[in-house]
Design a protein around this ligand. Structure first.
Ligand code: GUN
Ligand code: ZN
Length: 434
C-alpha cells in the first residue's frame, strides 16, 4: 500500500546546537510517501511526485507535519491524579500517588486506564513513550495489550519497589520472576520495548537493585528507567541510606544500572561528577519541566548538562507533570531555560521532543526524524487552532510559528496523528483509533 501525504514538513534529526542549520529538514510544500507504514520518500512535492505517478495523496496544505512526539518519562497509573494540590515529591507520593497505584492490582481498572491514557497520548500527538506502570505485573500486560491494539511504540516495565508502602511492595524474588516473565511475553514484540524499572533508590532494597542490574544485563535491548536527583529531601534521604556512595548516581552505578540503555528522570541537582559519569556511560536524562515546576523540585540546568554532553530527552512526567502536551512541555522547558539564562531554540525543542528522545530510548533509527526508512509516525499541527494563534502565526516563518505553538499550544493544535501511516487521531472527527 503506497500513499502520499502533502503538507509543509519540518523535522530535526540532529542537534541544532551541534549541527546548526543542517540539523533542520524543511519543505514549505512537501510530500511524504509511505509504503506499509514505512517512509519511502520525502522532499519537495513537485520533485518527489514525479517518481510516483498516479500516487494517492492526502492533501494537508496549511498544516505543519512534524514527527510524532516521543515522551521519555510518563506514569500511566497517575493519569487520574494529575493536578493534585499542595505537596512536594515525598509527601505527594504518599498522599496522592501510592493510593492511586494500589487500584492497579485490578486488571480491569488497569485496562480501562491504559486505553484512556494511550488515546490521550495520541490526542496530544505523542506516538512513542517510556512509561511507568505500577508494581503489579498485570499493569504492564494491560498497557502493552492496549499499545498493540493501537500499534504504538511503547516502552514500559513492572515497577520494582520492595521497600514501598503497604499494598505496593514486591520482593527481590518476585521482581526477578515477574520482570523475566514480562520480558518473555512482550520485549521486542511488534513495537514494544521492555524497561527494567526500579522506582527510585529509596523504594528498593540493595538486593532488589542487584536484581534490576542482573535482569538488565541478561536482556540486550531492554532499557533501565528510574528517577534521580529530583528533590532535595529525596537526595538527602538517599545519601543518608547509602553513606558510602559518592553521590546519588553512584548508588545506581554500584548495582550495574548506569549505561547507554539507562534513562534517568529529572536530574535537577546533579553534581559535575554525576554529569561526567552520565556522559561517559551514555545514559540519558529526561527533562520534565512541568513536573519540576509543579512539585517545586527545581530548575533543570540544560546548558550545564549540554556542556557535559549528556543525552537529554523531554518528558511530561504526568501525573506530577501538568499536561500530556509535548508542545506545552517544550514551552515550559523554554521558560525554565530562560530562568537559567539561556533560551531554548524552537528547533532544538522540537529535536528534544522527537529525534533526541527517540535516540535516548534506542529508537532513533525507527522514529523521530521523518526520513526514508523510518516508520511513518507523524502529526499535523494546526497553527490556526485558536483565534489568537491564527492571528499570531499568520505569515510567520516556520521557526517562529513553531515557537508560538510551543508557547500557546495544547491538544487543540494537534489536527491529526498518524501511527505507521494510519490515521490514529482526528481532532475534527472525534476518536478514530482502536
Ligand atoms: N520518584 C519516585 N517515584 C516518583 C513518581 O512517581 N513521580 C515523580 N515525579 N518522582 C518520583
Ligand atoms: Zn516520574
Amino acid at each position: 500500500m503506497l500513499k502520499g501525504f502533502r503538507a509543509e514538513i519540518v523535522s530535526v534529526p540532529h542537534d541544532p546546537r551541534v549541527a546548526g542549520d543542517e540539523a533542520v529538514l524543511h519543505e514549505a510544500d512537501g510530500l511524504l510517501v509511505v509504503e506499509d507504514g514505512v517512509i519511502v520518500a520525502r522532499g519537495p512535492y513537485e520533485q518527489v511526485i514525479e517518481g510516483f505517478p498516479g500516487l494517492e495523496v492526502e492533501d494537508h496544505r496549511g498544516r505543519l507535519m512534524v514527527p510524532g512526539f516521543v515522551d521519555t518519562h510518563i506514569h500511566y497509573p497517575q493519569t487520574e491524579r494529575i493536578a493534585a494540590y499542595g505537596l512536594q515529591l515525598l509527601g505527594w507520593l504518599d498522599e496522592h500517588i501510592f493510593p492511586a497505584e494500589r487500584a492497579f492490582a485490578d486488571i480491569a481498572h488497569a485496562r480501562e486506564v491504559s486505553g484512556f491514557f494511550l488515546d490521550e497520548l495520541l490526542r496530544h500527538g505523542t506516538t512513542s513513550a517510556l512509561v511507568f506502570a505500577t508494581v503489579h505485573e498485570t499493569s504492564v500486560d494491560a498497557l502493552f495489550e492496549a499499545a498493540v491494539e493501537r500499534n504504538m511504540r511503547i516502552a514500559s516495565g513492572k515497577v520494582l519497589m520492595d521497600l514501598g508502602p503497604d499494598g505496593l511492595r514486591d520482593t527481590p524474588e518476585t521482581a526477578r520472576a515477574e520482570s523475566e516473565a514480562l520480558i518473555a511475553r512482550w520485549h521486542g514484540k511488534g513495537r514494544l520495548t521492555y524497561a527494567v524499572t526500579p522506582r527510585f533508590a529509596l523504594t528498593s532494597s540493595d538486593a532488589q537493585l542487584g536484581v534490576a542490574g542482573d535482569v538488565l544485563a541478561a536482556h540486550p535491548g531492554t532499557l533501565m528507567h528510574t528517577h534521580i536527583s529530583e528533590n532535595v529531601d529525596e537526595i538527602a534521604a538517599v545519601l543518608g541510606r547509602f553513606p558510602d556512595a559518592r553521590d546519588y548516581l553512584d548508588v545506581y552505578d554500584s548495582f550495574g544500572l548506569v549505561g547507554d540503555r539507562s534513562i534517568f528522570a529529572h536530574g535537577i541537582h546533579l553534581s559535575d561528577r554525576e554529569c561526567c559519569r552520565l556522559k561517559e556511560s551514555g545514559a540519558g536524562v529526561a527533562l520534565c519541566p512541568t513536573s519540576n515546576l509543579f512539585l517545586g523540585s527545581g530548575l533543570f540546568d540544560l546548558a550545564r548538562l549540554d556542556g557535559h554532553g549528556v543525552k537529554i530527552g523531554l518528558g511530561t512526567d504526568v501525573g506530577a507533570g501538568t499536561s500530556f502536551s509535548m508542545l506545552s512541555t517544550m514551552g515550559e522547558a523554554y521558560k525554565v531555560c530562560q530562568l537559567r539564562g539561556a533560551p531554548l531554540d524552537p528547533f532544538r525543542a522540537l529535536w528534544l521532543a522527537t529525534a533526541a528522545g527517540a535516540a535516548m530510548l534506542g529508537m532513533g533509527d525507527k522514529v523521530g526524524s521523518l526520513t526514508p526508512g523510518q516508520e511513518a509516525d507523524f502529526l499535523l499541527l494546526d497553527a490556526g487552532a485558536t483565534p489568537l494563534s491564527a492571528r499570531r502565526c499568520a505569515d510567520l516563518p516556520v521557526g517562529q510559528r513553531l515557537f508560538a505553538m510551543q508557547i500557546l499550544g495544547d491538544d487543540r493544535f494537534i489536527a491529526r496523528t498518524y501511527v505507521a501511516g494510519v490515521l490514529a487521531h482526528d481532532r475534527d472527527a472525534g476518536k478514530v483509533a482502536a
